[in-house]
Design a protein around this ligand. Structure first.
Ligand SMILES: CC(C)(COP(=O)(O)OP(=O)(O)OC[C@H]1O[C@@H](n2cnc3c(N)ncnc32)[C@H](O)[C@@H]1OP(=O)(O)O)[C@@H](O)C(=O)NCCC(=O)NCCS
Length: 175
């Protein structure tokens, strides 16, 4: 984890400055500036940001609820808790987007941002139920997620983290 810079994750709001954000992936920069707040207001997803003292966003993670159905038999069989009905959907959290400004890269802050997003998802799951955090990463960052503990579901590009297993394996996640 990084030592020098620390940010607190906060829910995106209208006073945040998003148009200088530059993560090197144009679609992720554009999405933050043009869609994140609107989708949040519609209740489709929630975007959590790191911002500097002036409110300029330097990193963000977008989370939304998701379900796995019997249509995803591989993931279902890997994540289904003991005695969980085979016919019921399995609830979890989708990490829809994660991006860090290029000015802050390669010093552990990407992991810190992902860990902060994980904690938001973990809290949500503890409060209302759910089993996993799942993401559909672009190919070039699969290694980043693997290092964090995500596993690839064989035969798919999807990666997942079993919340309880991951938290139990860690030492400081659960207060
Ligand atoms: C993905 C992203 C958040 C990572 O941030 P970062 O600051 O570069 O990553 P960190 O410095 O925290 O790296 C943590 C660890 O992951 C590794 N890592 C980082 N990016 C990696 C990659 N693309 N592939 C493999 N490993 C990677 C680092 O080497 C480091 O490992 P170490 O602890 O063994 O040294 C950042 O590169 C980013 O915003 N990219 C553009 C947007 C993007 O692609 N988002 C993902 C969409 S699915």
């Amino acid at each position: 984890m990084s030592q020098a810079v620390q940010y607190d994750l906060e829910r995106l709001h209208g006073e945040h400055t998003t148009n200088f954000f530059d993560c090197g992936v144009q679609s992720l920069d554009d999405w933050l500036g043009s869609q994140a707040l609107e989708q949040q207001e519609q209740g489709r997803s929630c975007t959590h940001v790191w911002a500097d003292a002036g409110g300029m966003v330097v990193g963000y993670a977008t989370l939304l609820p998701t379900t796995i159905t019997e249509q995803d038999p591989g993931l279902m069989s890997r994540l289904r808790p003991y005695k969980y009905p085979r016919t019921s959907d399995l609830c979890g959290v989708l990490l829809g987007k994660l991006a860090l400004d290029q000015s802050l890269r390669s010093r552990g802050l990407g992991f810190d941002l992902l860990a902060a997003a994980f904690l938001v998802a973990y809290d949500a799951v503890r409060l209302i139920g759910g089993v996993y955090l799942v993401t559909d990463p672009i190919e070039s960052v699969r290694g980043f997620y693997e290092k964090f503990g995500f596993q690839t579901l064989p035969g798919t590009s999807r990666m997942f983290l079993h919340m309880r297993e991951w938290a139990e394996a860690g030492t400081s996640i659960d207060p």
